[in-house]
Design a protein around this ligand. Structure first.
Ligand code: SAM
Length: 317
């Protein structure tokens, strides 16, 4: 998650590492699939006077910020309000030298209490990045099948006490408690045993809120669709950089990158080498993580992992 309020002087996550990963110091066409506050986009535009960026975001509030940048940088920056999961509408022709995904929610979204992403302020449980489509968090909690709640809390939220939390959510249906962030956070905290709650260094509702947000926005599904599409939009030698904040996202990115690099995608992948096709290179074996100075400056950067993939030139074996 980016401390992305560049307008107020905050630095985007892993800024220098992203610029290096994309080789943004070389003039090129870039796609920022998660414009947010525009921190990374601005850094790419600064990295070379001939760089051009197309920005995407599904959040209408990001579109307003982008409109300002379009006025400041005519001809160098354009924006499209859309879900990157539907990126195939951009066509199929490879045209980008670099593509960036900085996944998750922006600090703007967390700070706008009324959006319901955070329990720091009491607000309706909305949590949609694009509030004009889909079910709000509250509707999801009231209507979803038990299995969907289990997936949100156990798998996406990685909440160890998921069974208790899911039972509490189901038990609170129809009472109004699922409709406000304050009562929802209290309900979830109360479902977690007191001894475990005392040991936690995060608010006991943090994981469940994250899981609900990921489910409501279909975040993993959008990423799954966008990875192959974005790879297809890269020119030969083009670079794809992804910053993830959740182990499930990072696992998908790692798997996709290894597949493209002709490497085994898991311990169980026993395909012989000649059955794997290598269409990309992995410049680094390990994901890039923030240094201690960045973690201290921006605690939310702590879980960030940056992976980079480079599309090979055709004909190389
Ligand atoms: C972590 S922030 C990006 C911050 C940005 N890199 C910066 O420096 O300001 C993630 C942004 O991606 C957007 N986003 C998340 N999933 C999306 C999707 N599937 N399609 C389009 N935008 C998405 C969110 O609305 C949010 O604004």
């Amino acid at each position: 998650m980016s401390e992305a309020a560049t307008g107020s002087g905050h630095q985007p996550v892993l800024e220098a590492e992203v610029l290096a990963g994309l080789q943004a110091g070389e003039p090129g066409e870039y796609l920022d699939a998660t414009f947010g506050g525009g921190g990374h986009t601005r850094a790419i535009l600064r990295a070379h006077p001939y760089n051009r960026v197309l920005g995407l975001d599904r959040d209408p509030a990001a579109a307003d910020r982008a409109a300002r940048l379009e006025r400041e940088e005519p001809g160098r920056f354009r924006f499209r309000a859309m879900n990157f999961g539907e990126m195939d509408v951009l066509g199929e022709a490879p045209r980008f030298d670099g593509i960036l995904f900085d996944l998750g929610v922006s600090s703007y979204q967390l700070d706008e209490g009324e959006r319901g992403f955070s329990f720091r302020e009491d607000a309706p449980v909305d949590m949609r990045m694009d509030p004009s489509t889909g079910r709000s968090g509250a509707e999801f909690l009231e209507e979803a099948e038990r299995e969907e709640l289990v997936r949100a809390v156990r798998d996406l939220g990685e909440e160890p006490f998921w069974r208790r939390v899911v039972d509490a959510l189901l038990g609170a249906r129809g009472t109004g408690q699922l409709g406000r962030t304050g009562t929802l956070a209290e309900l979830v905290a109360g479902a977690i045993p007191a001894a475990a709650r005392r040991r936690l260094r995060i608010h006991p509702a943090t994981r469940t809120f994250q899981g609900i947000r990921l489910a409501v926005n279909g975040e993993l599904e959008a990423l799954e669709r966008a990875l192959p599409t974005s790879f297809g939009l890269l020119k030969e030698g083009g670079r794809l950089a992804v910053i993830s904040f959740h182990s499930l996202e990072d696992r998908r990115v790692k798997r996709f990158f290894r597949e493209k690099a002709g490497r085994p995608v898991s311990a169980e992948d026993s395909r012989p080498q000649d059955e794997r096709v290598r269409v990309a290179d992995l410049p680094g074996r390990q994901p890039v993580r923030p240094g201690s100075a960045e973690e201290e400056r921006n605690p939310r950067s702590r879980s960030a992992r940056l992976r980079v993939l480079v599309r090979r030139e055709e004909g190389l074996s």
